[in-house]
Every structure is written in structure tokens, then in C-alpha cells.
Ligand binder design. Structure first.
Ligand SMILES: Nc1ncnc2c1ncn2[C@@H]1O[C@H](COP(=O)(O)OP(=O)(O)O)[C@@H](O)[C@H]1O
Ligand SMILES: [Mg+2]
Length: 211
């Protein structure tokens, strides 16, 4: 493989957890000692804002501003995470997907998010890297609260879409709490964080399986 292992976090639905997942993935790679870059493809700059808040001494992550156009990763980067904007033209989606080894697609338990996700999957299915399985699609159920009707419905949706559902992330206030400090769950040593981090193992394994 030439260049870094690249994970694109994308879905045309806003608020589904793209930035949360992108920053936590970057945090996980950095905590594992891998040279990591986080590219912010969204002009809102949330991922770069998160990096600005990152405390000194936290595992280093290089920020890349891809708000206006996509760049390339610096040499020697082992993992590149790209936080995609909600709205992108199919050309841009295609260019980003071409770069990616894995595309992570977060979906919230809501009928609107499910519909938007189904549409997005339909749009990208015909793109060459996906058609030829060069880019893996990993769907992630996000903000699940067990035993709620919304979660049960999302489960049914996920079972139904014909794509691999890699993991389900629980709804946790830890995400907002860490985001406010430029941190990820992987920067914390509390037991609560360790329990919540378990949700991430299948996703991290799936990404590493690509190497
Ligand atoms: N698993 C989760 N549990 C609790 N809150 C979450 C979770 N994932 C995302 N959030 C919150 O949802 C909001 C939107 O997430 P964000 O990552 O900004 O979405 P996007 O980048 O797709 O617009 C944020 O306030 C974030 O803290
Ligand atoms: Mg975002």
C-alpha cells in the first residue's frame, strides 16, 4: 500500500457523529503510537478546532485543512483520518473515496438519518473504488441507547441495508465532555472511559485488518 492507511468518515446527514468519530479514531491511532494526521474537509472546521484545544502532552496529531480543497498527507504519516463535510458534490465524494481504504458511515437512530444514509449508500455504491471493493464500507450505528424503540428500529435498519455494520456506539456524555477539551476517549484513564472504549474495538480491528 502506498501512502497512509486512510479512513474517511462521511455521511451527507449533518450531526450524525462524523467529527466525533473522526477525532476519536485519530485519538485512538495516536494513542497507539502511530503517526497520525487528521484532515478537516468541512469548512466549519470542527475537527481543526478540536485539535486546537488539544492539551500539551496529549498524543500528537497533525491537522490538515482540506476545507477548500483536498491535499495530501505529509510523508511518514501512518494513519490519515478525513472528516468529510455533510454536503459534498458527487465529484468530491468520489475524490475522497478514491483516497480512502475504509469509509466509515455513522448513522443515528432516527428515520431521517436512516433515509439519508440509505440514499448516500445508493449514491456511492456505483463509484469504482466501492464497486471493486477497493474501499471498504463500515457502517457504524451511533448514539444507541439500548432498549429504546429508536435503537430497535435502527437495529432493524442496519440488519437490512446489505452493508457490514461494524459496531454500535452508545450514547454517552463522555463524547461532548472530551470534545470540549480536545481529547478523545483514548486519552482518558477512567473506568468509565474504558467501558465506553470497548464499543470501538470492532471498528479499530476492522481498520487494522486492511493493513
Ligand atoms: N455516541 C455519542 N454519544 C453522545 N453524543 C454524541 C455521540 N456522537 C456524537 N455526539 C454528539 O452529537 C453532536 C453531533 O456530532 P458531530 O460529531 O459534530 O456530528 P457531525 O460531524 O456529523 O455533524 C455533537 O454534539 C456530539 O458531541
Ligand atoms: Mg462535523
Amino acid at each position: 500500500m502506498s501512502g497512509p492507511l486512510t479512513v474517511l468518515v462521511a455521511n451527507t446527514k449533518g450531526g450524525c457523529g462524523k467529527t466525533t468519530i473522526a477525532t476519536n479514531l485519530a485519538g485512538a491511532f495516536a494513542a497507539a503510537g502511530l503517526t497520525t494526521a487528521l484532515a478537516d474537509g468541512d469548512r466549519q472546521g470542527s475537527a481543526l478546532g478540536w485539535l486546537k484545544r488539544r492539551p500539551e502532552g496529549a498524543a500528537p496529531i497533525t491537522g490538515l485543512d482540506w476545507g477548500k480543497e483536498d491535499g495530501r498527507a505529509p510523508r511518514k504519516v501512518a494513519r490519515l483520518v478525513v472528516d468529510a463535510p455533510a454536503a459534498m458534490r458527487i465529484k468530491r465524494a468520489e475524490a475522497l473515496i478514491k483516497l480512502a481504504d475504509v469509509i466509515v458511515l455513522p448513522v443515528l437512530p432516527s428515520p431521517y438519518d436512516e433515509a439519508a444514509t440509505a440514499r448516500f449508500l445508493k449514491r456511492i455504491e456505483d463509484l469504482k473504488p466501492i464497486r471493486k471493493s477497493r474501499t471498504a464500507v463500515a457502517v457504524v450505528g451511533n448514539r444507541l441507547r439500548p432498549r429504546t424503540r429508536a435503537s430497535t428500529r435502527l437495529d432493524a435498519f442496519l440488519d437490512d441495508i446489505g452493508h457490514t455494520v461494524v459496531t454500535r456506539l452508545r450514547d454517552s456524555t463522555l463524547y461532548a465532555e472530551t470534545a470540549a477539551k480536545g481529547m478523545s476517549l483514548f486519552d482518558l484513564s477512567t473506568r468509565r472511559a474504558a467501558a465506553t472504549r470497548q464499543d470501538w474495538s470492532p471498528l479499530l480491528h476492522a481498520v487494522e485488518a486492511v493493513v
